[in-house]
Design a protein around this ligand. Structure first.
Ligand code: RP5
Ligand code: MG
Ligand code: MG
Length: 303
């Protein structure tokens, strides 16, 4: 049940109703648990984008309009590919509590009850697939010892340090998301840049960096994890799953040569020493530790 801790105890957001306190097992039984009465909550941001007054493109339709959805399969949303398969198992599609009886059957969280039904602030019913790039390098400390570092961002939503990851948008694949999120959150590439260079030069620079990064990601990428994330936004009907990749830089020639700049939903960014890292967003510390285990301190002086 450790994998499920933060989503039950952790921060969600102010408008969230309090999670129902589950007594006893969190597992979905063959029969509905009569003592389980979680509040229903789907944030308004999931239903409508205030600028377009339409459903956001990353979000599913509301419960009342959910027809012909291919649960536990590859599906389409507005003509774009979405993956509704879970890395964990085939999830159940059914009622979570008594109040769900007679309503539309919805996916149930494979880790069990969270104390909230609905989508919360997540866009997709069922698994919300994300991608997390862990970019690492060895660095020398002042005392001459080597330390493994990774690019960490500070999240704007709750101020926790995290991997610069993001959701796989409809029609996107994991490799595209890894690049896009790293560029947005850690390099600030999609942000407005200094006005003294022309739009054209900016575009050129951007394409150059993206292409370099693509090459670096393709050459060095090692898959570390795919599965459930203990994300504070998870509910009984919507949860985050991720694919984590490690990209290790050996020559200071790619990411190290760029200026890190927080962008999009990140408010800070830095090379973080892994050995000093005590706490990160969601399950990110577990992921970073998995990466650290793969890298042993090099014995030679070449970093
Ligand atoms: C985490 O939320 C994932 O591991 C990923 O880092 C992130 C995706 O959500 P956003 O950053 O887009 O909010 O659970
Ligand atoms: Mg993002
Ligand atoms: Mg993000």
């Amino acid at each position: 049940e450790r994998a499920h801790r933060k989503c039950i105890e952790g921060y969600y957001r102010v408008s969230q109703p309090e999670r129902f306190k589950v007594i006893g097992s969190r597992r979905w039984g063959d029969e509905i648990d009569a003592n389980y009465n979680p509040p229903r909550f789907t944030d308004s941001s999931v239903l409508m984008d205030p600028t377009t007054m339409k459903k956001p493109i990353w979000a599913d339709l509301p419960e009342s309009q959910l027809f012909n959805v291919l649960w536990n399969q590859e599906d389409e949303l507005d003509g774009r590919k979405v993956n509704r398969k879970s890395f964990e198992c085939d999830y159940i599609v059914g009622p979570a509590c008594k109040a769900d009886l007679g309503r539309c059957n919805l996916p149930l969280n494979p880790k069990g009850k969270t104390g909230i039904v609905g989508r919360g602030i997540l866009g997709r019913w069922g698994p919300n697939h994300a991608a997390d790039p862990i970019v690492t390098r060895w660095n020398l400390k002042n005392d001459g010892t080597k330390v493994l570092q990774f690019v960490a961002i500070k999240r704007g939503d709750n101020g926790e340090w995290a991997i610069p990851g993001g959701m796989v948008e409809p029609g996107e694949n994991v490799s595209q998301t890894l690049i896009k999120e790293f560029c947005e959150e850690a390099l600030g590439i999609w942000e407005e840049e200094s006005k003294d260079i022309s739009l054209e030069t900016r575009e050129e620079k951007r394409t150059e960096i993206v292409n370099e990064l693509k090459e670096f990601f393709e050459e060095t990428g090692v898959k570390i994890y795919s599965g459930y994330v203990d994300d504070p936004r998870n509910t009984d009907n919507a949860w985050v799953e991720t694919t984590v990749f490690n990209f290790h830089e050996t020559d200071s020639k790619t990411v190290s040569k760029y200026n890190l700049r927080a962008g999009d939903d990140a408010i800070n960014v830095k090379w973080m020493n892994i050995d000093e890292c005590q706490q990160l967003y969601a399950s990110h510390l577990d992921f970073v530790r998995m990466v650290a285990e793969k890298h042993v301190v090099p014995m030679n002086t070449d970093l």
